[in-house]
Design a protein around this ligand. Structure first.
Ligand code: BES
Ligand code: ZN
Ligand code: ZN
Length: 489
């Protein structure tokens, strides 16, 4: 899609969008053409349209100098115009354009809207995500080709906000594509190829650990989880040096990359299996972050680690009751093969700690428990450093990607100890209680002295009930939150 800023309406194609704040309803903006003001003036006088948030009215225009169709959309009160409403309204406009099959949208942007222009356009772009990319016949597919933004005074500030929205959306699209794709398409090899492409394009350092190295190094957690798969496990490590001082300790971000989670011998039942190709969402989000670091000129050192494995059943699979030795040296009794994420994360954390990080952030679709507790709008935030957790939570609020704290308690950490090994991967017997906290408690055993925040995105990474600017399926939740965090901390 091409996005351009104009001073006048110059297109006669598609859809003209006239957003109106409640305060503007009595005196319609100068930016609106006379024909539109006349039409809307009457409707407003007749109280058929009050410009309440999300209120819509549409009509055909039949004017030579204007697009074919008009959508007037209420933006609510100016004081309620914020990141969330701007993204949602952008999404609403985008969904309407899709519904009307408008290939071109001309958006009248009054001065009041410019403060959130980035979010507005972001919401609009995000809503255009196509979910049918694997269909063989895609001849008549609708795509929004041109977005024309009409303002009284074009400016560099506005231009850069629009650019940023596009940059952000392209990384979000990458993450969504990876997470939505089935596991036979996006496997470990595919993830590695994407990582290499990103590294090459941006000149990042990259290390790929294959099975022989992982064996030599002793990544017992990752290897055990992958034992049932016909494909090799991998681990990706990407490194970006954005800080002035190259020696500045990096932020290490570890993203869970389970290509498919069948549960293993603790097999998931039907209904819980089908979407488990999403279980690499943490890893995909790390790739999305690296797609952005250089483009956005982020002035921090960042290391991204993505352990990749597939949790399947077979003659070579790991079993409940196996005892494995992780990369850290700690031994783990496998009390449930479906608690595989924490095993591959554990090894990747130990590896990440070797970079002497300022912070470690773990990003994973780790527990159904996080989803039960917080649903699809909040990622669970757990960690050993309150200030770090608060920073991430507030960065999330600024981009409408929400997080909510869950406790890390010493008794939960204790519950992860095993009778036969150092640790067990689930707290057998009471595994239904505080699952999100206990998964984090398990990870905390590998943290040593590092300041750490864990984001459990099991509920938010892949959704049935999408927000206005999302589409069903992958959301890339966490990407913008962490980018904002890296820009600000
Ligand atoms: N990948 C799942 C968690 C998950 C559930 C992600 C739903 C996305 C949506 C994870 O590996 C898992 O199976 N966790 C188990 C842990 C249990 C065995 C203690 C769970 O949450 O049920
Ligand atoms: Zn699992
Ligand atoms: Zn999993």
């Amino acid at each position: 899609m091409k996005v351009r800023i104009h001073k006048n309406i110059h297109s006669h194609e598609g859809l003209l969008v006239a957003p109106i704040f409640v305060e503007q309803a009595t005196k319609l903006p100068n930016l609106f053409p006379e024909e539109i003001k006349n039409f809307l003036g009457k409707i407003i006088a007749n109280k058929e349209f009050k410009a309440k948030n999300g209120e819509q009215i549409s009509t055909y225009l039949n004017q030579k100098n204007l697009p074919e169709k008009l959508l007037a959309i209420g933006f609510g009160r100016v004081k309620n115009y914020n990141v969330r409403t701007a993204k949602e309204l952008g999404g609403k406009i985008g969904k309407y354009a899709k519904f009307a099959k408008a290939k071109e949208v001309t958006l009248l942007m009054t001065h009041e809207m410019e403060s959130m222009a980035e979010e507005l356009v972001e919401g609009l772009l995000m809503s255009q995500y196509e979910t049918d990319k694997l269909k063989s016949k895609r001849k008549d597919v609708y795509v929004l080709e041109n977005l024309n933004i009409v303002v009284n005074k074009p400016s560099k500030t506005l231009e850069s906000k629009i650019d940023r929205a596009q940059t952000m959306n392209s990384a979000i699209t990458l993450v969504k594509d990876l997470v939505n794709a089935p596991s036979n398409v996006v496997d470990s090899e595919y993830m590695v190829a994407e990582a290499r492409r990103i590294a090459r394009k941006n000149d990042y350092k990259i290390v790929i650990l294959g099975e022989p190295q992982l064996k030599k190094m002793g990544w017992g957690g990752l290897l055990a989880v992958n034992q049932g798969s016909a494909k090799e496990p991998k681990c990706i490590a990407l490194q970006y040096d954005g800080a002035k001082n190259r020696k500045e300790p990096p932020v290490v971000i570890v993203g869970k990359g389970v290509i498919f989670d069948s549960g293993g011998y603790n097999l998931k039942p039907s209904g819980y299996l089908e979407n488990m190709h999403q279980d690499m969402a943490g890893g995909a989000t790390v790739l999305g972050i690296f797609e952005l670091l250089k483009k956005l000129g982020i002035k921090k050192n960042v290391v991204g680690i993505i352990p990749l494995a597939e949790n399947l059943i077979g003659g070579k699979s790991y079993r409940p009751s196996d005892v494995i030795k992780t990369f850290s040296g700690l031994t783990v009794e496998i009390t449930n093969t479906d608690a595989e994420g924490r095993l591959i994360m554990a090894d990747a954390i130990t590896y990440g700690a070797q970079f002497k990080p300022k912070y470690i952030i773990t990003l994973a679709t780790l527990t159904g428990s996080a989803m039960s507790a917080l649903g699809d709008r909040f990622a669970a935030l757990v960690g050993n450093d309150v200030s770090l957790k608060n920073k991430i939570q507030s960065a999330g609020r600024e981009v409408d990607e929400l997080g909510w704290p869950m406790p890390l308690h010493r008794d939960y950490i204790k519950k992860m100890e095993s009778r036969v090994a150092d640790l067990r991967n689930i707290d057998t017997g009471s595994e239904r209680f505080a699952g999100c906290s206990k998964a984090a408690a398990f990870l905390s055993k590998f943290m040593e002295k590092n300041k750490w925040c864990h984001m459990d995105i099991a509920g938010t990474a892949f959704v049935e009930d999408a927000k206005e600017y999302q589409t069903k399926g992958a959301t890339a939740h966490g990407l913008q939150m962490l980018i904002r965090f890296l820009e600000k901390y």
